[in-house]
Write a protein that binds this ligand. Structure first.
Ligand SMILES: NC(=O)C1=CN([C@@H]2O[C@H](COP(=O)(O)OP(=O)(O)OC[C@H]3O[C@@H](n4cnc5c(N)ncnc54)[C@H](OP(=O)(O)O)[C@@H]3O)[C@@H](O)[C@H]2O)C=CC1
Ligand SMILES: O=C(O)[C@@H]1CCC=N1
Length: 275
């Protein structure tokens, strides 16, 4: 919604929490040019893949001594913020930019836990960030320096599309649409495979066909300038098989209504995670 000046990646970065999403982001940042020599990961129970990534690339993992970070990325569970606040305190100074991916946690929540930080960016990435195909929403605290915002933008842009918001309240809707959204697409592949099996296909073949169909449709959506609705109509021959299927999926209470309800449930849950 607002233009952000193009910036360079942070000179140094500390990532707290390298699970599924933090790990995916780390991979994308390193591939995007983040300097491993000035990158630190803090996660006491880090998995073998991230442990191997850190040792292969020369990223510091769980150092004994820590100091204030230039950029501190929070990627533990939102419910863990309160418990982590004490251990995070030494990592934060007046020059620290805190970037949070914690669903639901507001800029005010973050400032209350880490009052010494100079600036905050609240973001909501998604899992395709791991292959540079993510979609991220972001909102910055008031008073953030232009160069800090530009650095955050450069960091987030390693993962794909970045949309900056002026209204923080909308980030819960971003969470419900694009943060959780990959799960909806994966569910579609699962359900299509199951339906194919019920229609008589061998299960493995149904899974392969469903997976390739969802991936191929996504790739076409990406490669084509045509809107999703028009692409859908291009598949739908008059009086044909797709029209019969869409008559079921698009009836009252069908997929569009269910997705509206699902997005609202996710948005509401994000609000509950605040505090
Ligand atoms: N998964 C996704 O697609 C997305 C997730 N997010 C956000 O990302 C965050 C992480 O989610 P996700 O990756 O799914 O969860 P994970 O459980 O996979 O990752 C969280 C990681 O943080 C570690 N951790 C917990 N507490 C601390 C601490 N105090 N210091 C350092 N590390 C800690 C966990 O260790 P342990 O397992 O030992 O507790 C775990 O390795 C959440 O806030 C979520 O809202 C945002 C967008 C998309
Ligand atoms: O399920 C969650 O809470 C996180 C946030 C968006 C995707 N995963």
């Amino acid at each position: 919604m607002t233009d952000t000046p193009k910036g360079s990646l942070p000179a140094s970065l500390t990532l707290v929490g390298a699970g599924k999403m933090g790990g995916a982001l780390l991979r994308g940042w390193l591939d995007g040019g983040l300097d491993p020599a000035t990158t630190t990961v803090i996660d006491p129970q880090v998995g073998p893949e991230i442990s191997a990534l850190c040792s292969e690339r020369g990223v510091t993992l769980n150092p004994e001594r820590t100091s204030a970070a230039q950029t501190l990325v929070l990627a533990m569970k939102p419910q863990g913020l309160d418990d982590a606040a004490t251990t995070l305190a030494p990592l934060v100074g007046p020059g620290t930019l805190v970037v949070s991916i914690l669903a639901g946690k507001t800029l005010a929540n973050l400032a209350a836990r880490l009052p010494r930080a100079g600036a905050f960016v609240r973001t909501m990435p998604n899992l395709p960030a791991s292959i540079g195909r993510g979609a991220t929403g972001a909102v910055a605290s008031t008073g953030i320096k232009a160069e800090q915002r530009a650095q955050a933008d450069a960091l987030l842009a390693c993962s794909g599309l970045v949309e900056w918001l002026d209204d923080e309240a909308l980030i819960d809707a971003v969470t419900a649409v694009s943060g959780s959204g990959p799960a909806y697409a994966f569910l579609l592949a699962e359900a299509l495979a199951e339906a194919g099996t019920k229609a008589g296909l061998p299960p493995e073949m149904a899974a392969r066909l469903a997976r390739a169909t969802v991936a191929g449709a996504g790739a076409l959506l990406d490669a084509s300038p045509i809107e999703a609705g028009e692409l859908r109509r291009n598949v739908t021959s008059p009086g044909g098989t797709t029209a019969a299927a869409l008559g079921v999926l698009m009836r009252e209470g069908g997929l569009p209504d269910l997705l509206t309800e699902a997005v609202e449930a996710a948005r509401r849950r994000a609000g509950e995670l605040a505090g």
